[in-house]
Design a protein around this ligand. Structure first.
Ligand SMILES: [Fe+2]
Ligand SMILES: [Fe+2]
Length: 198
């Protein structure tokens, strides 16, 4: 590892990003548990899915630090306390944090990495920033569905899938219980939001 990297701001930014991603992963895992306890399986899956992607981001940043194995890196950071009883609040907080990463934090880190000559690191910051924007849009979309009471109801006839057993239900809203597997309505999603449908 070059002396330049050891003395760089990029080294610190990578550690801050690793900390931020690791925390986001945990926050989303907590939110997923909360959603599951509220019988909102779909929300739980969305938080879990995103948590796994934050883990992958943490790994990308951590791998950039591999050359400093055995060293400690001291950083100052500001991290959110996103605790709420209400899942809608958690969705809004998640959206806010993702937008901050996309708009402010990672572009600033990328700029420093470019100035310091660490171009592969800058590329990681810029590409992951794009993913964070997708996360933000996903959380915003789901928050809107919850706000408008459309998580389990559509304006017109829709096809919904029970994510437990795959049963397809046609109608304006999902049944209280899946008629096939008896799982609660929290398992239903509009079929176009179901994974692996083609
Ligand atoms: Fe991330
Ligand atoms: Fe994210």
């Amino acid at each position: 590892m070059t002396a330049e990297f050891q003395n760089s701001r990029t080294k610190e930014n990578l550690m801050k990003a690793f900390a931020g991603e690791s925390q986001a992963r945990n926050r989303y895992t907590f939110a997923a548990e909360q959603a599951k306890e509220s019988n909102l399986y779909v929300l739980s899956e969305i938080f879990e899915f995103t948590a796994e992607q934050e883990r992958a981001h943490a790994k990308v940043f951590y791998d950039h630090l591999a050359g400093l194995a055995g060293h400690n890196i001291t950083v100052d950071g500001t991290y959110p306390v996103d605790a709420a009883d209400n899942l809608l609040d958690l969705l809004h907080m998640a959206h806010h944090n993702e937008m901050e990463e996309f708009e402010d934090v990672y572009p600033a880190f990328a700029k420093v990495a470019e100035e310091e000559g660490f171009l592969p690191v800058a590329a990681s910051f810029r590409m992951i920033a794009q993913v964070e924007q997708n996360h933000a849009m996903r959380f915003q979309h789901i928050a809107k569905l919850v706000e408008q009471g459309q998580l389990f109801a559509a304006a017109g006839e829709d096809v919904w899938m029970c994510l437990n057993c795959g049963h397809l239900h046609k109608g304006k809203q999902v049944p209280e219980q899946c008629p096939v597997c008896q799982h609660n309505r929290g398992y239903f999603v509009p079929v176009d939001m179901a994974p692996w449908t083609c």
